[in-house]
Ligand binder design. Structure first.
Ligand SMILES: Nc1ncnc2c1ncn2[C@@H]1O[C@H](COP(=O)(O)OP(=O)(O)OP(=O)(O)O)[C@@H](O)[C@H]1O
Ligand SMILES: O=P(O)(O)OC[C@H]1O[C@H](OP(=O)(O)OP(=O)(O)O)[C@H](O)[C@@H]1O
Ligand SMILES: O=C(O)c1cccnc1
Ligand SMILES: [Mg+2]
Length: 565
């Protein structure tokens, strides 16, 4: 490898330091081979043409916000940085590439592949967890064209689902409201193990509170939560099965020798109550046994799934009997989970039952018992529940959340915008697909009320927008759409996350919890009309006057003139 010198320091000396704090990608399948074949055929062709070291700038962006909304959350950056920090083809991988390309490809190309890494690549990116908009580069990747081209597919893959599912989570949080506990239950329904692990990470980033996914809890430190299943309930036949019936008082002062009888006593008291006795008579004994067992196993965090047989005639009274018995021993039960039927109605009925117990038996706080709902929930059902009125405190959401059922992909792209300092453009019949040329800087301009007003892209050598100074913001493609803005605050969006051989300081990769906080804060800062579900107002994305003129000059220059006959 050439001992290139940057600012008097050998690159080989810089790289290990930079890498030292950056761990390997979460998924070991993220290797230089996680790409499309054409990246290697192009790399060969660049190399053969002697072009491979030409300095290229690519923008990674998306064209349209997902889920019919007007915002997206950017996620996946950390995994991209981990990928490039360790980007190095192994001998085994090189041998496989050799066997996959035609035998006419020259052997020296494989020596070239052996030498490449990302020490000469520069990455500027919007911080992970930011609210972002179409057309604005999320990442700007600069480096030798052959190397950057080899990064394309993995980068797009790492950003696409991450940003999509983070946005999906944020949208679910928006409908559910700040005060609700949101649990991600998607692992079993996710698209494979990587889908499941990624979903847990990014749903947490997007504002969920916890996951049921144990591996994700370990990998990322996400809080773990869970209840139990119908199988657990129906696996019991009767309370006679329970052999160890003893339970120590919470303060350790005494032992209740027969917790099963204590539960039965409470169930009879409930049956005897004037109001509650009218709601149920005989409850299911298999369910009672299951709840009693679970209470014995987890007296300090008892939560029961109450819809296996009949919510109000069996599940809720059985739960309450166990919860009240636990209460006698100084424990506070957590609550119930509903997993079928009309979740709004049942949650209200259960709440009334809890409140009646609080009043009739003087058990303070019993009315506030937590109610979790699950079963095919999505933005629409959450919205319907809100409209009807419900008493749910916590939602467990799986399938619709993690599979991004409402929209399966974000459509992230990776486009060349400059080579050897020459701006490049990609034309299309569809104007939304025309790329915005040039190595650019991007800014978010904030207005008087503290809301972001517009994002503006400008050429890298243009003077940046200044607070208090009027600037013309132009729609990149529509001549008549333009606005003057006097920003009260200017935020530069693209920050250096991988300086390559430049002497720029590398931004730290923050812990997941901090990214989540950034995401929540950014969403709170948005003007509410951009966020609403029905007909949200599009956020303005613009270019400077100079960049506008240049785009259209280049467009005319590159587009062939037709001949009419
Ligand atoms: N009050 C409500 N308003 C609107 N949608 C609701 C309400 N309560 C539940 N839902 C939704 O209605 C659907 C009910 O689905 P489905 O008919 O498959 O469930 P179920 O028959 O109640 O339960 P399961 O088949 O799982 O035992 C779910 O998507 C659920 O989230
Ligand atoms: O509905 P989701 O949003 O995907 O949430 C996860 C679901 O997974 C569990 O049961 P599972 O669906 O495996 O069985 P069930 O439908 O028969 O309860 C749980 O009870 C939820 O219903
Ligand atoms: O803990 C739960 O209740 C749970 C976990 C995964 C899927 N459904 C439910
Ligand atoms: Mg289900």
């Amino acid at each position: 490898m050439a001992a290139a010198v940057a600012n008097g320091v050998k690159k080989e000396q810089i790289r290990p330091n930079k890498c030292a704090v950056i761990s390997v990608p979460t998924n070991p399948m993220v290797t230089p081979l996680l790409t499309d074949l054409y990246q290697f055929t192009m790399a060969y062709s660049y190399w053969k043409a002697g072009k491979h070291d030409e300095r290229a700038v690519f923008d990674l962006y998306f064209r349209k916000n997902p889920f019919g909304g007007e915002y997206t959350i950017f996620a996946g950056l950390e995994e991209c940085i981990k990928f490039i920090a360790h980007f190095k083809l192994t001998e085994d991988e090189i041998a496989f590439i050799r066997s996959s390309l035609p035998p006419t490809c020259e052997g020296a190309f494989y020596d070239y592949l052996r030498g490449i890494n990302c020490s000469d690549v520069e990455i500027y990116s919007i911080p992970e967890g930011s609210v972002v908009f179409p057309k604005v580069p999320l990442m700007r990747i600069e480096g030798p064209i052959a190397v950057v081209q080899l990064l394309e597919t993995a980068f797009v893959n790492l950003i696409n689902y991450a940003s999509l599912v983070t946005t999906n989570a944020a949208r679910h949080r928006f409908v559910a409201g700040k005060s609700k506990l949101l649990l991600e239950f998607g692992l079993r329904r996710a698209q494979g193990p990587d889908g499941g692990i990624s979903a847990s990470k990014y749903c947490y980033m997007g504002g969920f509170d916890a996951t049921s996914n144990v591996a994700a809890g370990k990998l990322f430190g996400i809080p773990l939560r869970g209840t139990h299943s119908h199988a657990f309930v129906s696996s019991f036949l009767s309370p006679d099965e329970i052999t160890d019936k003893s339970l120590k008082h919470h303060d350790g002062s005494s032992v209740c020798k027969d917790f099963v009888s204590l539960v039965k006593t409470w169930l009879n008291k409930l049956k005897g109550s004037r109001i509650l006795g009218g709601i149920f008579s005989e409850t299911n004994q298999s369910e009672l046994a299951a709840f009693t067992s679970y209470g014995l196993a987890f007296p300090g965090s008892f939560l029961a799934l109450v819809d296996t047989y009949d919510v109000m005639r069996s599940g809720v009274p059985n739960f309450c009997a166990v919860a009240l018995a636990l209460n006698d021993l100084g424990y506070r039960a957590v609550g119930i989970r509903l997993d079928s039927g009309d979740l709004a109605y049942q949650s209200c009925e259960a709440r009334k039952f809890f409140q009646t117990i609080e009043k009739e038996f003087g058990v303070s706080g019993f009315g506030k018992m937590s109610i979790t709902a699950s079963n095919d929930l999505n933005e629409e059902t959450l919205d319907a529940l809100n409209k009807q009125g419900h008493e749910v405190d916590s939602f467990g959401i799986g399938t619709h959340l993690v599979t991004c059922y409402a929209q399966p992909a974000l459509g992230v792209v990776f486009k060349l915008v400059e080579i050897n300092n020459q701006p490049r453009i990609k034309l299309s019949e569809d104007v939304t697909k025309v790329s915005i040329p040039c190595k650019k800087r991007c800014f978010r301009l904030y207005g008087k009320e503290g809301y972001p007003l517009v994002d503006i892209m400008a050429g890298e050598n243009e003077p940046p927008p200044k607070v208090g100074e009027r600037i013309l913001c132009r729609h990149p493609f529509s001549e008549s759409k333009r606005a003057y803005v006097v920003p009260q605050r200017v935020e530069e969006l693209l920050k250096c996350f991988w300086p390559g051989s430049s002497d720029k300081k590398r931004e730290d990769l923050p812990p997941l919890k901090e990214i989540r906080e950034r995401c929540i804060k950014q969403l709170e800062q948005m003007r509410p009309d951009h966020m609403r579900k029905l007909n949200p107002t599009p956020y303005k994305v613009s270019v400077s006057a100079k960049l506008y003129d240049f785009i259209h000059f280049l467009w005319l220059n590159e587009a062939p003139v037709g001949e009419l006959q």
